[in-house]
Design a protein around this ligand. Structure first.
Ligand code: FES
Ligand code: FE2
Length: 369
């Protein structure tokens, strides 16, 4: 697909905020599993303030972060067993948000509750569903199995980024930017020169790029040389980016000795990684960028896991600087639109799929259905 060079992808501020910027009926990664402890953890997820905690049986729970009584954030209170105790007048809520104790009275107003959000713990993340709880099907959690699959070694982090979550999606759907933003590690001219193919389905977009017979960039050349135990010459390099609406992107990346059959499926003379990304909108101009890097070689070397995590963190720091500067420029240029060129094909499709999900939740559409 070749998008029209005049088609705007980023609407002016007035239009941007006239409708929700994200679908509510979706699973959003709220935190890494290890971050959710038997303690109150406030988060902003899809415009909603929530408080996360782990019950005494280990099951995670999420409530609106506002007391039914006078709206004090519950995250400023405390956990007592499985009960959340408000830090102002001591109302107690169970993990489903039902008030179970009021001070100085025996009866409890049956309406006294705070909304609870559906929660699922999967792929080392705790996911919440801010929309209609009746639609919260755990089967819809995006597949990030590489993050815990024993055939892979993975680790990652969360970056709070002061930009709209779709800017991160744009960034990941087109890796041409590696040439210019990540020149010292994974970037090389071949990325910006190689052709790519874009395919899409009802809920996914894929952008695939193969670079055949090229010099490996420093990061990948180093990985392959250490894996094979000998110097390497030219390689075949691949980047297969897969977007799953509304905000998850996995990228199958790697290099193999050229001519050993990697494009046909034989990656035995190569090294392979998966970059796992799920970007949770907080507000229209901030997001939580959860990422991990998984590899399928030298699995037991924890030092390599740490080295790779730190290396990728450095690379993503370069993205963060660009993305925050881009958001500032958008804010300073109200009404200015984006223009699309060929490299934006994947991002344009991803944004269309998000728009479709948001449209489906508009009151007129819901009423019609
Ligand atoms: S505001 Fe929470 S108990 Fe009063
Ligand atoms: Fe990047």
């Amino acid at each position: 697909m070749t998008p029209s060079p005049t088609q705007p992808a980023y609407p002016p501020v007035s239009e941007r905020f006239a409708r929700p910027d994200w679908p509510n009926n979706a699973w959003y990664a709220a935190a890494w599993d290890v971050e959710v402890k038997h303690a109150l953890l406030p988060r902003m997820i899809a415009g909603r303030r929530i408080v996360l905690f782990r019950r005494t049986d280990g099951v995670p729970a999420a409530l609106n972060d506002a007391c039914w009584h006078r709206l004090l954030p519950l995250s400023q209170g405390r956990l007592d067993g499985d009960a959340v105790v408000c830090g102002y007048h001591g109302l107690r809520y169970d993990s489903h948000g039902r008030c179970v104790h009021m001070p100085s009275q025996d009866t409890i107003n049956p309406a006294a509750r705070v909304p609870a959000l559906p929660v699922v713990e999967r792929h080392r993340f705790v996911w919440v569903w801010p929309g209609d709880p009746a639609l919260a099907d755990p089967a819809l959690v995006p597949d990030l199995h590489w993050n815990h699959d024993p055939a892979w070694a993975a680790d990652g982090r969360t970056i709070p980024v002061a930009c709209n979550y779709k800017l991160v999606l744009d960034n990941l759907m087109d890796l041409t930017h590696e040439t210019f933003v990540h020149g010292s590690t994974i970037g090389q001219a071949a990325v910006a020169e190689a052709p790519f193919t874009t395919t899409h389905g009802p809920n996914m977009v894929q952008v695939a790029r193969w670079m055949i017979g090229i010099e490996p960039p420093p990061f990948w050349g180093n990985q392959l040389q250490r894996q094979l135990g000998r110097p390497v010459g030219l390689v075949d390099r691949w980047q297969i980016i897969r977007f799953e609406a509304p905000c998850t992107i996995t990228i199958d990346v790697g290099v193999a000795v050229t001519g050993t059959g990697a494009p046909e499926g034989d990656r035995s003379q190569g090294v392979n990684g998966f970059v796992l990304n799920t970007i949770t909108p907080e507000t229209e101009t901030t997001c939580l960028y959860h990422w991990a890097f998984a590899r399928n070689y030298r699995l037991t070397e924890q030092s390599l896991t740490t080295e790779l995590r730190e290396g990728v963190a450095g690379i993503f720091r370069e993205d963060e600087i660009i993305l925050e500067a881009q958001q500032k420029a958008i804010d300073a240029n109200s009404g200015k639109t984006f223009y699309n060129i060929n490299i934006d094909a994947g991002a344009v499709w991803a944004r269309q799929l998000i728009d479709r999900l948001v449209d489906r939740e508009q009151p007129s559409k819901v009423a019609a259905e």
